[in-house]
Design a protein around this ligand. Structure first.
Ligand SMILES: Cc1cc2nc3c(=O)[nH]c(=O)nc-3n(C[C@H](O)[C@H](O)[C@H](O)COP(=O)(O)OP(=O)(O)OC[C@H]3O[C@@H](n4cnc5c(N)ncnc54)[C@H](O)[C@@H]3O)c2cc1C
Ligand code: SF4
Length: 472
């Protein structure tokens, strides 16, 4: 452990952001890194407590957080970088966009502010790229086995990198034009600039991974071809079946799925042609976003940058708590509401609201009709009750559905492979192996829509399982 009682001496220093007036006019990242000296002080706050809950209960990839902190405190950055990569293929990505359950699980957070774990991770990874410590590590021996990875999101990329380093020939098939899954087409540029992803992809390609993009496996390639060509397959196809809105008017032309909206803007940011069939520009429009989760929030940030006239976000559930509630005790991760985040972006958020109808003319929505609801306990569940007389109407030029995803897409590949599904429609696995023995699966396709860190960890585990299978 670095500095004894450092946590008593140094308060937590938050990461800065570019001024709001500046950052809402561009799509560049918002955070301003701390200086090396400040970071060393932040690392010194780590208590090296006996059981590191940040590592054991918080971090989905199980980063060796106290040791990384100690190495940063001692100035051994290269060693810290190596240690981070022992558990996490892409710390420069989780260091930017992970919801950081490690910090909720930090022992200091019981009665103080947690260690600045995520920003330390980010800075170690960034220094690793700057100094050339992160470079291609191609396998020295080849096994002669070949594995196909379907999908190039974080789980597919982690599977591919682990298997290539184990000496297998790896081909990643991706339906989209470019590699990255939701890292490229979902998560907005202002949270994760795509040059950060491309920098890492260079490493993967140099390690011998072959990327075949624009190939939808199941349509452009058959299961028979996969079986004939590869020793094993890993499905990392994500949970891409969107949750639909079954109310009158939902099929009109200015009602967009959040992912279509966000991916069109991401394509615009990087100069890729967009497939959007309707204009996706929110400039001067009344924008109504249905869905109060993280994806809805990304839509707020995008609509603000596009110059929306008015942004309203409606959510059927109650507002999340502002502080950790008693029902989610330490070290669990609570989803908290940041009171300022949306209002700073000029968005009005309304909770406990049921959208009842989208009304318009000529295939275009002009009004969103909605009603307030309340939630009452009913046994071990909550029951919704509509409040009579609470109906209201909002003007809308653009309606964005950010209602989440239900499970992996079943039509095509998943159906053709005949892999078993669980009761929620996700791919069922036993130790990352599906019911079809030569087929493995990882990421959101197995867990349902989740987070990047979990997808990376699952990818690493699935790679281990597939490696054992092809060697057996
Ligand atoms: C808008 C948005 C913002 C998010 N923000 C964050 C965030 O800030 N932090 C965070 O931790 N998580 C975030 N997430 C969640 C995170 O992106 C996902 O949990 C993660 O990307 C899942 O990784 P994956 O590899 O399992 O799947 P995906 O990233 O979904 O990748 C699956 C890939 O498989 C491809 N594919 C599917 N079927 C086929 C086929 N038949 N043939 C070929 N290719 C196929 C798809 O085209 C896709 O590229 C966000 C999600 C969304 C939608
Ligand atoms: S991956 Fe997420 S949980 Fe793990 S150390 Fe990084 S920010 Fe924390």
């Amino acid at each position: 452990m670095g500095e004894a009682k450092g946590f008593l001496k140094h308060p937590r220093q938050e990461v800065g952001h570019r001024p709001l007036e500046e950052r809402v006019h561009d799509y560049r990242e918002c955070t301003l890194p701390l200086s090396a000296d400040a970071l060393r002080q932040q690392a010194a706050r780590c208590m090296d407590c006996g059981v590191p809950f940040c590592h054991a209960a918080g971090c989905p990839v199980q980063n060796e957080i106290p040791d990384v902190n100690d190495l940063v405190y001692r100035g051994s950055w290269e060693e810290a970088c190596r240690l981070l990569h022992a558990t996490n293929n892409f710390p420069e990505i989780t260091g930017r966009i992970c919801p950081a359950p490690c910090e909720s699980a930090c022992t200091l957070s019981i009665n103080d502010s947690p260690v600045l774990i995520q920003h330390i991770e980010l800075q170690v990874a960034e220094r690793g790229f700057e100094r050339g410590w992160i470079h291609p590590l191609p396998a020295s021996d080849r096994t002669g086995a070949s594995v196909a990875v379907i999908g190039s999101g974080p789980s597919g990329l982690a599977v591919a990198q682990q298997l290539a380093r184990a000496g297998h020939a790896v081909v990643v098939f991706e339906a989209d034009e470019r590699v990255g899954g939701l890292l490229r087409y979902g998560i907005p540029e202002f949270k994760l600039e795509k040059r950060i992803l491309d920098r890492r992809l260079y490493q993967l390609a140099a390690e011998g991974i072959r990327f075949e993009t624009g190939v939808e496996v199941g349509t452009d390639l058959s299961v028979r071809y996969l079986k004939r060509t590869f020793d094993a397959v890993c499905l990392a196809v994500g949970a891409r079946q969107p949750r639909c809105l079954s109310i009158p008017g939902a099929e009109q032309s200015n009602v967009l799925l959040a992912l279509d909206y966000l991916s069109a803007q991401n394509r615009l940011c990087t100069g890729e042609p967009s497939e959007a069939s309707v204009p996706i520009d929110a400039a001067d429009k009344d924008v109504v976003i249905l869905g109060g989760g993280a994806t809805g929030f990304d839509c707020i940030g995008t609509a603000r940058r596009q110059g929306a006239k008015r942004i309203t976000q409606l959510e059927i559930q109650p507002r999340p708590p502002i502080e950790r509630p008693a029902s989610i005790p330490w070290p669990q991760w609570p989803r908290l509401h940041d009171e300022l985040a949306a209002s700073d972006l000029g968005c009005e958020q309304r909770w406990n609201v049921l959208t009842t109808e989208l009304v318009g003319e000529g295939n275009r929505v002009e009004q969103v009709h909605a009603r307030e609801v309340e939630w009452e306990p009913a046994g071990d569940r909550w029951q919704m009750r509509e409040i009579s007389g609470s109906d209201f109407t909002l003007a809308a030029d653009l309606v964005i559905l950010a209602l989440g995803f239900v499970h992996a897409v079943h039509d095509g590949l998943v159906h053709d492979l005949g892999v078993r599904l669980d009761e929620r429609g996700n791919i069922r696995t036993d130790e990352y192996q599906t019911s079809v023995p030569w087929v493995f699966a990882a990421g959101d396709a197995v867990s349902g829509a989740s987070w990047v860190a979990g997808a990376i960890h699952a990818g690493r585990q699935a790679a281990d399982a597939a490696d054992r299978w092809v060697r057996s």
